[in-house]
Design a protein around this ligand. Structure first.
Ligand code: ZN
Length: 208
């Protein structure tokens, strides 16, 4: 468990914290909260996000409730090493979109005394582990899994169910195209989709 009292904001100590979860789970809000606290403690904070994520703004890490912090969009995780010299705390948002070298980069930073806080989707819309997130969870000092609320039944949700028919793993520009679901409701939605596809298939045969 992530415990604030175990982390002294005033001491420089290398570590990796991962905040993971589904869409609408408050990952970015939690990242911003921790980064703001570090800033209040007069620590040098830098925030990076993948250049691919341009949903709201080119320069800000923006959470869904518009609580934003300025950030630098970068193309590859290696750029963080070049940019983050003389920094106490590095924040990384939308980590699932970064390359597979990100865990390595985070380790190097933490080994040099930097506190690294990473937020990202742990699973894609199919419910499979997303990009470098599983490896990041493995090497982290602390992992916080945050949850959304299932829109069908009100239980804790951990899946980002895609509402539009599209099989691409990365679909940007979106939030309206996803809903948070719990395990039971996600399975149900998946089965309903499969049935629908089966029903549509014979109809197509008749037409040809
Ligand atoms: Zn549910």
């Amino acid at each position: 468990m992530y415990q604030e009292d175990q982390h002294q904001e005033t001491t420089r100590r290398g570590r990796i914290e991962v905040i993971c979860g589904s869409m609408f789970s408050g990952k970015t809000e939690e990242l911003i909260r921790r980064l703001k606290r570090a800033r209040f403690a007069n620590q040098q904070v830098e925030i990076y996000k993948p250049a691919i994520d341009t949903r709201y703004s080119e320069e800000d890490v923006v959470s869904h409730d518009s609580n934003s912090i300025p950030s630098t969009p970068i193309d590859s995780s290696a750029s963080i090493l070049l940019l983050a010299s003389e920094v106490d705390v590095v924040g990384i948002d939308e980590a699932q979109f970064f390359d597979e070298d990100l865990p390595n980069v985070c380790n190097m930073l933490a080994n040099n005394g930097v506190r690294v806080i990473v937020a990202g989707l742990d699973m894609d819309f199919r419910g499979t582990p997303f990009g470098p997130m599983p490896a990041l969870c493995a090497i982290a000092d602390e992992v916080s899994k945050v949850h959304a609320v299932c829109v069908k039944c009100g239980r804790l949700a951990m899946y980002s169910h895609r509402l539009v028919p599209n099989e691409k793993q990365v679909l940007l520009g979106e939030t309206m195209e996803y809903e948070p679901l719990c395990r039971a409701c996600f399975l149900k939605a998946k089965k309903e989709k499969e049935q629908k596809t089966e029903e549509e298939a014979p109809a197509n045969d008749q037409n040809t």
